[in-house]
Design a protein around this ligand. Sequence first.
Ligand code: MF3
Ligand code: CO
Length: 251
Amino acid sequence: MSVTVKSASEIALMREAGRLLEIVHDELANMIRPGISTLDIDREGERLIRSFGCIPNFLNYNGYPASICVSVNDEVVHGIPKKKRILQEGDIVSLDAGLIYKGWHSDAARTYGVGRISPEAQKLIDVTKECFFRGIEFARAGHHLHEISAAIGSYAESFGYGVVRDMVGHGIGTALHEDPQIPNFAQKRRGIRLVPGMTLAIEPMIDAGTWEVEWLDDDWTVVTADGSLSAHYENTVLITDGDPEILTLSK
Ligand code: MF3
Ligand code: CO
């Protein structure tokens, strides 16, 4: 598949898909506290998405059994929500959510602390978010994809963190995953040249320890191989003539 460039009317629909997903994230953020289950978050997320007349794009994607990926502590991504997985004070939790609005996808992830967390955990969360912002400095027409990857990776590595290699960001549009793939670490090839109308899900996944990951027996949950904490931050981004427009973040 090749990289798609969206028209003005398609961008308007993606903007709405992004705006609604931001509301979902904001609502879910308010739920985060010790004592709730990861399934509670998924249930509320799915309810909200459907309340907007949208479809949860993760549900049944390659057999994924939920609407929101909820990944705790050493879980990197794709944690499966469970009634018995209760958030505890001091945990960090990543929520990855997406929806389809009139055929157009949005995708975004956030990582939160549960109650009081360690300074080390907070730093990992903050640096992962900053990685995204370092990356989108290069999400501009005329720049090449590798500039985003390198900016994210070098910032994370400057803290000694591990940059996850097995999963990457991606184009997004009428499918959740479109070309191009967007690694979060320096590339040998410069990658595609960005043009206005491209929409990209840029999503650093950063480990406090090394980059190696493993899959749990559920075939979904990705965990750090060394048991270290991992954080995730993602937005759906539009390439424009000027500054990138973050479709899933307005404030
Ligand atoms: N944000 C993730 C991604 O871009 C979520 C999809 S995983 C799913 O790949 F399988 F649960 F859908
Ligand atoms: Co994504």
